[in-house]
Design a protein around this ligand. Structure first.
Ligand SMILES: [Zn+2]
Ligand SMILES: [Zn+2]
Length: 133
């Protein structure tokens, strides 16, 4: 019976499965994990930060979106925002299609920088196509 011998040889030669190297839980000693109060996922935070966030990035983005949607509805009014560039508080009407993250000054500066870099600004047409003006 040679088949049995063949099988024995086959199984005998079977290489052992490679053992994956154990992955350290955190890459650096500075990073710690925190459980998000919104969705329960754990996300990395740096204990050196002055303010340790309670919510993960996804939840924060969701909150911002929900807040914006709430602001859009209701009576027309001015929305106050802090400019992400210079930190100044600026206002804009809540009926605006795209809520700006930067004050008018910074937006102008950015637009000029873009113009200098790429030429005329890229405009998004209503059909979704992006065309150069
Ligand atoms: Zn979350
Ligand atoms: Zn600004």
């Amino acid at each position: 019976m040679k088949l049995l011998e063949k099988l024995k040889a086959l199984f005998g030669k079977k290489p052992a499965a490679p053992v994956p190297a154990p992955q350290p839980e955190s890459a650096g000693p500075k990073k710690v994990k925190r459980v998000c109060k919104g969705c329960g996922k754990s996300f990395p935070v740096n204990p050196a930060w002055e303010h340790i966030p309670n919510y993960c990035k996804d939840c924060k983005q969701r909150f911002a979106r929900e807040k914006e949607e709430k602001q859009r509805t209701g009576a027309p009014r001015k929305i106050k925002r802090t400019c992400k560039s210079c930190g100044r508080v600026f206002t804009f009407p809540n009926t605006l299609e795209h809520y700006p993250n930067y004050c008018l000054n910074c937006r102008k500066t950015r637009q000029n920088q873009m113009k200098a870099k790429y030429g005329s600004p890229v405009r998004r047409a209503k059909d979704g196509k992006t065309t150069k003006a």
